[in-house]
Design a protein around this ligand. Sequence first.
Ligand code: PAF
Length: 280
Amino acid sequence: MSNLPQVYRNVDDLRSALLPLRQEGKTIALVPTMGALHAGHLSLVKKAKEQADIVIVSIFVNPKQFAPGEDFESYPRTEASDLQKLADYDVMGVFIPNAREMYPNGFATSIQIEGPALGLETDHRPHMFNGVATVVAKLLLAVLPDVAVFGEKDYQQLRVIKQLAKDLHLPTRIIGAPTVREVDGLAMSSRNEYLDKDQRKTAVTISQALNIARDALHNGESWIEVQKKALATLKLSGFTTDYFELRHAKHLGHPETAKGARILVAAKVGDTRLIDNIEV
Ligand code: PAF
């Protein structure tokens, strides 16, 4: 049986542990997560290991990226099984701060980000990317990794974090890792746990709609037609769609051409909101 990774609960302890390794010239990769780890997260850890000598995983359900009434309280918290899963991946440490460590009394700073953060998710969750940018900046400054790895499933988030690192001259390379999917194509997500049996069956429509839309664009159909059909399919299968949009893969504005662009979708089945995306 593999050993459980070392847990660090505060920034000072984590920095003290990393200092001698950094002095030896070891490179460090960070994989920020909110826990409830699944194969998607573990693929990020694998990618991180390819990029650096040492891997740190962080687990923190960040209250600043949830609005009142969203699923902050019910978000799955599975620390023991997360550590068990990481035991097989030779990570040097897992940073699991509590909210007081990240946001002590009197905490007064917030990062406001625009550019790729505008539109899409922000139209529906306006608080979200400032919360993400604030916590990710804090995590990157706590660990000062050479590389940090984020999933392409949260594609807009990945672009936002790349922008953040560039704008703030953070000395970390931000890398995306491909979405990991269930056998039927559903993108892996900690929120899939909320789906009941019927919703789980419905959920596959999202990745199917993305694949059909991509193929239709390849076949020369117009985006207007493609989008109309996708919205109709999602509605018919029981989804309420927030957006199904074709965007430039880098700045996430409207693209001049579909080639190399990205289709991004967010839709709700029951109370569960799922997001996914695909490269055209
Ligand atoms: O993608 C996530 O799990 C979170 O948004 C992140 C990047 C860990 C920030 O809280």
